[in-house]
Design a protein around this ligand. Structure first.
Ligand code: B1M
Length: 219
Protein backbone atom coordinates (compact mmCIF):
# COMPACT_ATOMS: atom_id res chain seq x y z
CA UNK A 1 0.00 0.00 0.00
CA UNK A 2 2.85 2.37 0.85
CA UNK A 3 5.31 0.80 -1.59
CA UNK A 4 6.11 4.12 -3.24
CA UNK A 5 7.09 5.67 0.10
CA UNK A 6 9.18 2.61 1.03
CA UNK A 7 10.91 2.77 -2.35
CA UNK A 8 11.72 6.47 -1.80
CA UNK A 9 13.08 5.61 1.66
CA UNK A 10 15.36 2.91 0.20
CA UNK A 11 16.57 5.39 -2.42
CA UNK A 12 17.26 8.12 0.19
CA UNK A 13 19.66 5.70 1.91
CA UNK A 14 21.33 4.74 -1.37
CA UNK A 15 21.68 8.44 -2.20
CA UNK A 16 23.12 9.17 1.25
CA UNK A 17 20.59 12.00 1.66
CA UNK A 18 19.88 12.68 5.37
CA UNK A 19 17.45 15.57 4.82
CA UNK A 20 15.35 13.58 2.38
CA UNK A 21 15.47 10.48 4.61
CA UNK A 22 14.19 12.40 7.65
CA UNK A 23 11.58 14.23 5.58
CA UNK A 24 10.24 10.87 4.35
CA UNK A 25 10.20 9.58 7.93
CA UNK A 26 8.11 12.58 9.03
CA UNK A 27 5.81 12.11 6.04
CA UNK A 28 5.36 8.41 6.82
CA UNK A 29 4.27 9.23 10.38
CA UNK A 30 1.79 11.77 9.02
CA UNK A 31 0.44 9.03 6.71
CA UNK A 32 -0.03 6.75 9.72
CA UNK A 33 2.65 4.24 8.68
CA UNK A 34 3.89 2.17 11.61
CA UNK A 35 7.47 3.38 12.37
CA UNK A 36 8.77 -0.19 12.60
CA UNK A 37 7.32 -0.99 9.18
CA UNK A 38 8.99 2.13 7.77
CA UNK A 39 12.33 0.97 9.19
CA UNK A 40 12.00 -2.65 8.07
CA UNK A 41 10.40 -2.11 4.65
CA UNK A 42 12.00 1.22 3.75
CA UNK A 43 15.32 2.06 5.34
CA UNK A 44 16.86 -1.33 6.24
CA UNK A 45 16.59 -2.70 2.66
CA UNK A 46 18.38 0.50 1.62
CA UNK A 47 21.21 -0.21 4.06
CA UNK A 48 21.41 -3.81 2.88
CA UNK A 49 21.66 -2.66 -0.75
CA UNK A 50 24.42 -0.21 0.25
CA UNK A 51 26.27 -3.03 2.05
CA UNK A 52 26.08 -5.23 -1.05
CA UNK A 53 27.30 -2.48 -3.38
CA UNK A 54 30.15 -1.65 -0.98
CA UNK A 55 31.06 -5.36 -0.78
CA UNK A 56 31.20 -5.52 -4.60
CA UNK A 57 33.38 -2.41 -4.81
CA UNK A 58 30.61 -0.34 -6.43
CA UNK A 59 30.47 2.05 -3.46
CA UNK A 60 33.26 3.42 -1.31
CA UNK A 61 33.71 4.34 2.35
CA UNK A 62 32.49 7.97 1.99
CA UNK A 63 29.28 6.60 0.36
CA UNK A 64 28.87 4.13 3.23
CA UNK A 65 29.24 6.99 5.71
CA UNK A 66 26.74 9.20 3.85
CA UNK A 67 24.23 6.33 3.81
CA UNK A 68 24.67 5.71 7.52
CA UNK A 69 24.08 9.43 8.17
CA UNK A 70 20.85 9.19 6.18
CA UNK A 71 19.82 6.13 8.22
CA UNK A 72 20.67 7.91 11.48
CA UNK A 73 18.61 10.95 10.41
CA UNK A 74 15.57 8.76 9.69
CA UNK A 75 16.00 6.87 12.97
CA UNK A 76 16.13 10.17 14.89
CA UNK A 77 12.59 10.88 13.67
CA UNK A 78 11.22 7.34 14.12
CA UNK A 79 12.87 6.26 17.39
CA UNK A 80 10.83 8.55 19.71
CA UNK A 81 7.65 7.21 18.10
CA UNK A 82 8.78 3.61 18.61
CA UNK A 83 9.57 4.31 22.24
CA UNK A 84 6.09 5.72 22.79
CA UNK A 85 4.69 2.29 21.91
CA UNK A 86 6.21 1.11 25.21
CA UNK A 87 3.91 3.43 27.21
CA UNK A 88 3.89 3.02 30.96
CA UNK A 89 4.40 -0.74 31.08
CA UNK A 90 6.02 -2.28 34.16
CA UNK A 91 9.72 -3.03 33.71
CA UNK A 92 10.31 -6.57 32.47
CA UNK A 93 14.02 -6.53 33.26
CA UNK A 94 17.24 -4.59 32.83
CA UNK A 95 19.36 -4.97 29.69
CA UNK A 96 22.90 -3.67 29.25
CA UNK A 97 23.61 -3.31 25.54
CA UNK A 98 26.65 -2.44 23.45
CA UNK A 99 28.82 -3.16 20.41
CA UNK A 100 32.10 -5.00 20.88
CA UNK A 101 35.54 -3.42 21.22
CA UNK A 102 36.98 -2.21 17.91
CA UNK A 103 33.56 -2.09 16.22
CA UNK A 104 31.80 1.23 15.62
CA UNK A 105 28.64 -0.11 13.93
CA UNK A 106 25.63 0.72 16.03
CA UNK A 107 22.56 1.42 13.91
CA UNK A 108 21.17 -2.12 14.34
CA UNK A 109 22.12 -2.29 18.02
CA UNK A 110 20.31 1.01 18.66
CA UNK A 111 17.23 -0.41 16.95
CA UNK A 112 17.41 -3.47 19.22
CA UNK A 113 17.62 -1.15 22.26
CA UNK A 114 14.71 0.97 21.08
CA UNK A 115 12.46 -2.06 20.56
CA UNK A 116 13.46 -3.59 23.89
CA UNK A 117 12.58 -0.29 25.61
CA UNK A 118 9.33 -0.09 23.63
CA UNK A 119 8.46 -3.57 24.93
CA UNK A 120 9.01 -2.72 28.57
CA UNK A 121 12.69 -3.42 29.23
CA UNK A 122 14.93 -0.91 30.99
CA UNK A 123 17.82 -0.50 28.56
CA UNK A 124 21.25 0.92 29.26
CA UNK A 125 23.07 1.41 25.94
CA UNK A 126 26.84 1.59 26.37
CA UNK A 127 27.30 2.61 22.72
CA UNK A 128 29.87 1.17 20.33
CA UNK A 129 33.53 0.10 20.68
CA UNK A 130 32.95 -1.10 24.24
CA UNK A 131 35.54 -3.06 26.25
CA UNK A 132 34.39 -6.39 27.70
CA UNK A 133 35.19 -5.25 31.25
CA UNK A 134 32.89 -2.23 30.78
CA UNK A 135 29.97 -4.56 29.97
CA UNK A 136 30.67 -6.55 33.14
CA UNK A 137 31.08 -3.46 35.35
CA UNK A 138 27.80 -1.93 34.13
CA UNK A 139 25.97 -5.25 34.51
CA UNK A 140 27.12 -5.42 38.13
CA UNK A 141 26.28 -1.76 38.83
CA UNK A 142 22.73 -2.04 37.43
CA UNK A 143 22.14 -5.60 38.62
CA UNK A 144 21.32 -6.39 34.98
CA UNK A 145 19.28 -9.40 33.91
CA UNK A 146 20.63 -9.49 30.35
CA UNK A 147 23.78 -8.32 28.60
CA UNK A 148 23.30 -7.86 24.84
CA UNK A 149 26.38 -7.76 22.64
CA UNK A 150 26.32 -6.69 19.01
CA UNK A 151 29.10 -7.24 16.44
CA UNK A 152 29.04 -6.34 12.74
CA UNK A 153 32.54 -7.37 11.73
CA UNK A 154 33.86 -10.91 11.52
CA UNK A 155 36.99 -9.57 13.23
CA UNK A 156 35.06 -8.25 16.27
CA UNK A 157 32.74 -11.23 16.84
CA UNK A 158 35.41 -12.66 19.13
CA UNK A 159 34.65 -9.69 21.43
CA UNK A 160 31.29 -11.32 22.23
CA UNK A 161 33.14 -14.29 23.71
CA UNK A 162 35.35 -11.91 25.67
CA UNK A 163 32.28 -10.28 27.22
CA UNK A 164 31.08 -13.70 28.41
CA UNK A 165 34.53 -14.36 29.87
CA UNK A 166 34.52 -10.96 31.62
CA UNK A 167 31.11 -11.74 33.14
CA UNK A 168 32.47 -15.10 34.31
CA UNK A 169 35.52 -13.43 35.89
CA UNK A 170 33.20 -10.96 37.65
CA UNK A 171 31.17 -13.91 39.04
CA UNK A 172 28.03 -12.74 37.23
CA UNK A 173 27.41 -15.86 35.11
CA UNK A 174 25.02 -17.64 34.84
CA UNK A 175 22.71 -15.19 36.67
CA UNK A 176 23.17 -12.64 33.89
CA UNK A 177 21.93 -13.95 30.53
CA UNK A 178 23.89 -13.09 27.40
CA UNK A 179 22.35 -12.52 24.00
CA UNK A 180 24.33 -11.84 20.85
CA UNK A 181 23.50 -10.55 17.39
CA UNK A 182 24.75 -8.67 14.35
CA UNK A 183 24.99 -9.43 10.63
CA UNK A 184 27.88 -11.97 10.71
CA UNK A 185 26.66 -13.67 13.92
CA UNK A 186 24.76 -16.98 13.82
CA UNK A 187 22.98 -19.32 16.20
CA UNK A 188 25.87 -21.73 15.83
CA UNK A 189 28.37 -19.04 16.87
CA UNK A 190 26.21 -18.16 19.87
CA UNK A 191 26.24 -21.80 20.97
CA UNK A 192 29.97 -22.11 20.34
CA UNK A 193 30.82 -19.20 22.67
CA UNK A 194 28.30 -20.19 25.35
CA UNK A 195 25.83 -17.32 24.87
CA UNK A 196 22.26 -17.90 26.05
CA UNK A 197 20.72 -16.85 22.76
CA UNK A 198 21.02 -15.30 19.33
CA UNK A 199 18.76 -12.59 17.90
CA UNK A 200 18.55 -12.48 14.11
CA UNK A 201 16.91 -9.05 14.09
CA UNK A 202 15.48 -6.52 16.52
CA UNK A 203 12.06 -8.19 16.79
CA UNK A 204 13.53 -11.60 17.50
CA UNK A 205 15.87 -9.99 20.05
CA UNK A 206 12.80 -8.80 21.96
CA UNK A 207 11.19 -12.26 21.81
CA UNK A 208 14.48 -13.79 22.93
CA UNK A 209 14.87 -11.38 25.86
CA UNK A 210 11.35 -12.23 27.03
CA UNK A 211 11.97 -15.96 26.77
CA UNK A 212 15.33 -15.70 28.58
CA UNK A 213 13.59 -14.00 31.51
CA UNK A 214 10.51 -16.21 31.13
CA UNK A 215 8.17 -13.24 30.98
CA UNK A 216 4.80 -13.42 29.31
CA UNK A 217 4.39 -11.96 25.81
CA UNK A 218 2.57 -8.65 26.25
CA UNK A 219 -0.31 -7.86 23.96
CO1 B1M B 1 30.54 -1.10 7.77
N1 B1M B 1 30.79 -2.96 7.22
N2 B1M B 1 32.48 -0.87 7.96
N3 B1M B 1 30.14 0.74 8.22
N4 B1M B 1 28.78 -1.47 7.24
C1 B1M B 1 29.59 -3.78 7.04
C2 B1M B 1 29.20 -4.49 8.33
C3 B1M B 1 30.06 -4.78 5.88
C4 B1M B 1 29.30 -6.12 5.86
C5 B1M B 1 29.96 -4.06 4.50
C6 B1M B 1 30.45 -4.94 3.36
O1 B1M B 1 31.63 -5.12 3.19
N5 B1M B 1 29.56 -5.51 2.57
C7 B1M B 1 31.59 -4.92 6.21
C8 B1M B 1 31.94 -6.04 7.21
C9 B1M B 1 32.62 -7.24 6.57
C10 B1M B 1 32.82 -8.29 7.62
O2 B1M B 1 33.59 -8.17 8.52
N6 B1M B 1 32.07 -9.37 7.48
C11 B1M B 1 31.90 -3.55 6.78
C12 B1M B 1 33.19 -2.97 6.82
C13 B1M B 1 34.30 -3.77 6.16
C14 B1M B 1 33.46 -1.72 7.45
C15 B1M B 1 34.82 -1.03 7.62
C16 B1M B 1 35.98 -1.96 8.00
C17 B1M B 1 35.13 -0.26 6.32
C18 B1M B 1 36.49 0.37 6.25
O3 B1M B 1 36.87 1.15 7.10
N7 B1M B 1 37.20 0.01 5.22
C19 B1M B 1 34.52 0.00 8.73
C20 B1M B 1 34.73 -0.64 10.14
C21 B1M B 1 34.85 0.38 11.24
C22 B1M B 1 34.87 -0.28 12.62
O4 B1M B 1 33.84 -0.68 13.10
N8 B1M B 1 36.05 -0.40 13.19
C23 B1M B 1 33.06 0.22 8.53
C24 B1M B 1 32.42 1.44 8.83
C25 B1M B 1 31.07 1.68 8.63
C26 B1M B 1 30.41 3.05 8.82
C27 B1M B 1 31.00 3.86 9.98
C28 B1M B 1 30.57 3.84 7.54
C29 B1M B 1 28.90 2.64 8.96
C30 B1M B 1 28.43 2.42 10.43
C31 B1M B 1 27.77 3.66 11.03
C32 B1M B 1 27.18 3.40 12.40
O5 B1M B 1 26.72 2.32 12.76
N9 B1M B 1 27.15 4.44 13.20
C33 B1M B 1 28.88 1.28 8.26
C34 B1M B 1 27.70 0.66 7.75
C35 B1M B 1 26.45 1.50 7.78
C36 B1M B 1 27.70 -0.68 7.25
C37 B1M B 1 26.54 -1.46 6.56
C38 B1M B 1 26.42 -0.93 5.12
C39 B1M B 1 25.17 -1.39 7.20
C40 B1M B 1 25.11 -1.76 8.68
C41 B1M B 1 23.74 -1.35 9.22
O6 B1M B 1 23.62 -0.33 9.89
N10 B1M B 1 22.68 -2.11 8.83
C42 B1M B 1 27.09 -2.95 6.62
C43 B1M B 1 26.57 -3.85 5.50
C44 B1M B 1 25.36 -4.67 5.97
O7 B1M B 1 25.26 -5.07 7.11
N11 B1M B 1 24.46 -4.94 5.08
C45 B1M B 1 28.55 -2.75 6.83
C46 B1M B 1 21.30 -1.79 9.19
C47 B1M B 1 20.98 -2.39 10.57
C48 B1M B 1 19.52 -2.11 10.92
O8 B1M B 1 21.19 -3.78 10.48
O9 B1M B 1 23.34 -3.67 11.84
O10 B1M B 1 22.63 -5.85 10.72
P1 B1M B 1 22.25 -4.58 11.40
O11 B1M B 1 21.40 -4.95 12.69
C49 B1M B 1 20.29 -5.83 12.66
C50 B1M B 1 20.66 -7.29 12.97
O12 B1M B 1 22.00 -7.62 12.64
C51 B1M B 1 20.32 -7.46 14.41
O13 B1M B 1 19.19 -6.60 14.58
C52 B1M B 1 19.40 -5.41 13.82
C53 B1M B 1 18.08 -4.82 13.42
O14 B1M B 1 17.26 -5.73 12.74
N12 B1M B 1 21.27 -7.13 15.47
C54 B1M B 1 21.12 -7.69 16.70
C55 B1M B 1 22.29 -6.27 15.50
N13 B1M B 1 22.85 -6.25 16.72
C56 B1M B 1 22.15 -7.11 17.49
C57 B1M B 1 22.27 -7.47 18.83
C58 B1M B 1 21.38 -8.40 19.35
C59 B1M B 1 20.39 -8.98 18.57
C60 B1M B 1 20.23 -8.62 17.24
O15 B1M B 1 21.42 -8.81 20.61
C61 B1M B 1 22.28 -8.16 21.51
Amino acid sequence: MHEETFQAMRQSILDGAPDHASELARRSLALGINPLEAINAGYVPGMNAVGKQYGRGQMFLPDLMASSEAMTAAMAVLEPELRKLGGQRPTLGTVVLGTTKGDIHEIGKKLVGTLLAANGFRVHDLGADVASETFAAKARELNADIVGVSALLTTTMEGQKKVIEALERAGLRPRVKVMVGGAPVSRQWAQEIGADGYGKDAMSAVALAKSLLQVEELA
